[in-house]
Design a protein around this ligand. Structure first.
Ligand code: ATP
Ligand code: MG
Length: 378
C-alpha cells in the first residue's frame, strides 16, 4: 500500500492510535518534511492545537527519489521500528519515542522532534558541541554492548540475529560503500582533478585486498545490533540533546561499522574546514570523546573478553571509517560538507587530504589501537 498526502487523512482516521494525543475528531494539518532519498516523512498536527504533532515515516515499495521503476522492500521500515524499540528500551531518550507501527502500510508514528536540526548542518556551520559526540558515543556503547554476542550469550544473540536479518539493506551498503566506488560504475562521480589519485587507488592491490577483507567482515561478522547508517545526517540535535533517527539499515553485524561511519563524517567535516584551527581542534576532541564514552559503556560489562572485544571493534571501525570517507568522495552519495565548497582548488585540497587519510586508514587499520594516535596523524 502506498500512502500519499491525499490518502493520509483517511489512513489516519482508520488508525486512531497514531494520533491518540490529538483532540477527538481533530482536523489534520499535514506537511511533508523529509529531505531523504528513500522514504516520505510527514509532520501531522492537530489543526486547532498545533502544539500537538507527530512525525510519520512511510516507506513506499520503491526508492522515493527514483520512482516505482526502482523497487525496494518495505520491510526496511520493520527493521527501523524494531531498532527504535530496542534503542528506546536500552537507551531511553536517545531516539524519538515510537507511538505506533503499521508493518502492512509501512508507517511509523513517532515523536516530533520540534525545532531539531541535523548534526551535519551544525558541523558545516562550525558549531561543534563535543557533548553531542559524547552522547552518540554513549548511545553506540549502550546499543552495542547490550546486544554484543560476547555479552548476551548465544540464545539472546540468536534472537537478535533473527530480528535484525536485514539482508536487503545490508547488500545495498555492501555495493555502495565497499564495491562500486572502487570499480567502474555509472553512479560514481568526482571533482575533475581527483582522477590521478583515484586511478592510483584502483590499482593499489594492498588497498583492494584490505577493502575486500573489510567487506567480508561487513557481510559476515555477527557481533551486535548495528544501526547501519549512523552518519551525521542521522543525528538530530534538539537543544543540547542528540537523537538518533533513520535506522532502516539496522542489522546484526560488525558494530564498529557505526563508529566508523560516525567518525568518517566528523573527519570529512574536519577536512572541509581547512582554514579554521578552532573548528578542527573541536572536531578532533569530538572524535576522541566518542571513543571515551563508548568504551565506558563496554567497561561496565563483566566479560573477560572486553579488552579484546574493544580492540577488534576499534580496528574494524578504523577500516570502515576509511572506506566511508573514500566513498563519499568518489561514490554515488557525496556529503554537503565538501560539496558546499565552491572554490574548486580549495575543494580539491580538502578532497585530496581526505582521500589520502581514508586510504591510510583502510590499509593500516589493523595497526591502530589508540584513537589518540589516529587523531595525531591529522
Ligand atoms: N522524529 C522526527 N522529528 C522531526 N523531524 C524528523 C523526524 N524524523 C525525521 N525527521 C526529518 O525528516 C528527515 C528525513 O528523515 P529520515 O532520515 O528518517 O528519512 P529517510 O527517507 O530514511 O532518509 P535517507 O534517504 O537519508 O535514508 C530528517 O532529516 C529530519 O529532517
Ligand atoms: Mg534512511
Amino acid at each position: 500500500m502506498e500512502i500519499t498526502l491525499a490518502t493520509l487523512p483517511n489512513y489516519l482516521r482508520q488508525r486512531p492510535a497514531m494520533t491518540r494525543s490529538f483532540e477527538r475528531g481533530a482536523t489534520f494539518r499535514i506537511e511533508e518534511i523529509g529531505d531523504g532519498n528513500l522514504n516520505t516523512v510527514y509532520r501531522v498536527s492537530d489543526a486547532r492545537h498545533p502544539e500537538c504533532s507527530i512525525v510519520l515515516k512511510h516507506a513506499p515499495p520503491y526508492i522515493k527519489i527514483l520512482g516505482p521503476d526502482y523497487p525496494l522492500s518495505i520491510e526496511r521500515l520493520t527493521f527501523e521500528a524494531r531498532a527504535l524499540e530496542l534503542y528506546g528500551h536500552f537507551a531511553s531518550g536517545t531516539v524519538p519515542a515510537q507511538y505506533d507501527f503499521d508493518p502492512k502500510a509501512a508507517v511509523i508514528a513517532m515523536e516530533d522532534l520540534r525545532d531539531a536540526h541535523v548534526l551535519r548542518d551544525d558541523l558545516i556551520n562550525g558549531t561543534v558541541d563535543t557533548a553531542i559526540a559524547e552522547q552518540i558515543g554513549r548511545f553506540m556503547g549502550i546499543a552495542h554492548s547490550r546486544t554484543h554476542v560476547n555479552n548476551v550469550g548465544n540464545t539472546t544473540a540468536a534472537h537478535y540475529k533473527q530480528q535484525f536479518a536485514n539482508t536487503t539493506m545490508q547488500s545495498i551498503t555492501a555495493d555502495y560503500v565497499f564495491s562500486f566506488p572502487f570499480t567502474e560504475h555509472e553512479t560514481n562521480f568526482w571533482t575533475p582533478g581527483l582522477e590521478p589519485e583515484i586511478q592510483r587507488l584502483k590499482a593499489d592491490t594492498d588497498f583492494l585486498e584490505q577493502t575486500e577483507h573489510l567487506k567480508r567482515i561487513f557481510l559476515t561478522a555477527q557481533q551486535g545490533v548495528t544501526h547501519g547508517d549512523l552518519h551525521t545526517g542521522s543525528v538530530l540535535v534538539q537543544g543540547d540533546t542528540a537523537k538518533v533517527i533513520d535506522a532502516e539499515f539496522a542489522f546484526y553485524g560488525p558494530v564498529g561499522f557505526d563508529l566508523g561511519l560516525f567518525w568518517a563524517n566528523y573527519l570529512l567535516a574536519y577536512f572541509s574546514h581547512q582554514d579554521n584551527p578552532r573548528i578542527r581542534s573541536a572536531l578532533k576532541t569530538a572524535i576522541w570523546q566518542t571513543w571515551q564514552t563508548y568504551t565506558t559503556e563496554f567497561e561496565m560489562t563483566d566479560t573477560e573478553l572486553k579488552a579484546q572485544t574493544l580492540e577488534n571493534i576499534f580496528r574494524e571501525a578504523i577500516g570502515f571509517s576509511g572506506l566511508e570517507i573514500l566513498r563519499r568522495l568518489i561514490g554515488a552519495a557525496h556529503v554537503k560538507d565538501i560539496e558546499n565548497i565552491l572554490d574548486i582548488p580549495q575543494k580539491l585540497r580538502a578532497e585530496n587530504a581526505a582521500l589520502q587519510f581514508g586510504t591510510t586508514l583502510v590499509k593500516q587499520h589493523n595497526a591502530f589501537s589508540d584513537v589518540a594516535v589516529v587523531i595525531a596523524m591529522l
